[in-house]
Design a protein. Structure first.
Length: 305
């Protein structure tokens, strides 16, 4: 029982990271019907942006004071991710907005490879994993025989809080209503005075900020980052978005937690162990989609005339 509960803790920590990334996938798809496969690299770039800020910007006298350094790193990671995402949207996706769906999909894959290679070539030492500062409270919280890393607890809390805030923003704010209207019918939304271009840009920005925050918290928890973290966690996040129901904010985060739990439980108890944990993730995904093609919380897709 102790081992099971400990694996559940690890699964929730992974799920929090995956859920934050999955929000970007599901929001962009809900607005422009685009699977942004470069979003995993946006997560990766945010982590490297925070590391660069820690290494070359934050004064030496401040380093080690986590309640100053960590917020600065989170802001830096979020800003870097947002700027890169907005540049990609303007240069790569906007010209293809009315193109057949295959064109922006292939473009997203190309952007993903380009971002990864750009970091590998231009960031010093990025050809190998780089140490990431543990700018938070060290140690774990003990609940009986269960250990909850404080960095992992931070990830879970931040994921839940940001998801709730995003859901409230989408449901109650003026721009949130604009997002929902654009997702339902962009042409009608334009006739009602909504600027779809501005809405799409805001959607990319919010998704990138969440991915950047996730990248920083991931690095703080794992204590190292590499150019490969975007692909691995991006695949998990895309799977979580599909599992939860692409276009559903709640579904994306719950899907992330499901993916995290399946991975850790399968690695511990299922046949094949950690060598086959990826297999069990997709077994669960396929099983859900067979009986509920729109995902756990998704709605049946409306065909636009």
């Amino acid at each position: 029982m102790t081992t099971l509960l400990q694996q559940l803790v690890y699964g929730l920590i992974l799920g929090g990271t995956v859920g934050l990334i999955a929000l970007g996938y599901t929001m962009v798809y809900g607005i422009v019907q685009l699977i942004n496969f470069a979003h995993g690299e946006i997560f990766m770039v945010g982590a490297f942006g925070a590391l660069a800020t820690f290494t070359w910007v934050i004064p030496e006298g401040v380093k080690g004071t986590w309640y100053i350094t960590l917020p600065l790193m989170v802001i830096a990671g979020a800003v870097v991710s947002m700027v890169i995402a907005l540049i990609i949207e303007r240069l790569a996706y906007k010209p293809l907005r009315n193109a057949p769906r295959l064109a922006p999909l292939i473009t997203a894959l190309g952007v993903s490879v380009a971002l990864k290679e750009a970091v590998r070539i231009w960031y010093p030492g990025a050809t190998a994993p780089l140490p990431f500062p543990k700018e938070f409270l060290t140690g774990s919280i003990e609940l009986g025989s269960i250990l909850i890393p404080k960095t992992g607890l931070l990830i879970i809390v931040v994921a839940v809080v940001l998801t709730v805030l995003l859901q409230v923003y989408i449901n109650t704010s003026r721009m949130g209503r604009a997002m929902r209207a654009t997702a339902q019918d962009p042409d009608t939304a334009r006739l009602m005075g909504i600027n779809p271009d501005r809405t799409i840009v805001l959607t990319f920005a919010i998704g990138a900020v969440l991915a950047g925050v996730a990248g920083v918290l991931y690095g703080v928890h794992i204590n190292n980052i590499s150019i490969d973290i975007g692909f691995q966690n991006g695949i998990f996040a895309f799977t979580a978005a599909v599992l939860g129901g692409i276009g559903s904010i709640r579904g994306a985060v719950i899907g992330g937690f499901v993916i995290g739990l399946v991975k850790t439980i399968a690695g511990q108890y299922f046949p094949g162990g950690t060598q086959y944990d990826y297999v069990w993730i997709f077994v669960v995904l396929i099983a859900v989609l067979v009986f509920r093609p729109q995902g756990l919380f998704g709605e049946t897709e409306r065909v636009r005339a």
